[in-house]
Design a protein. Structure first.
Length: 73
């Protein structure tokens, strides 16, 4: 797999994680369970921690520098 494909998949997953966190934001129990699953992947532990510690709903993925447009409004 080429390096650019790996980066593309990573960006795609970041976008999906952030978008899902936005949707689950009001249900803190479901959000906590989702982020616990995200933490199982070494590459996304910091993202999950940041989302869980945030006091406000996450911004659109593009705010975080995620280039994938699949999950943006």
């Amino acid at each position: 797999m080429a390096a650019d494909e790996i980066v593309g998949e990573s960006e795609h997953l970041k976008s999906l994680i952030i978008s899902t966190a936005q949707e689950l934001w009001e249900d803190k129990e479901a959000l906590g369970k989702f982020l616990a699953v995200v933490r199982r992947s070494e590459g996304f532990v910091k993202l999950a921690d940041t989302l869980e510690q945030s006091a406000v709903r996450p911004a659109n993925p593009s705010f975080y520098g995620v280039r994938s447009r699949e999950f943006q409004d």
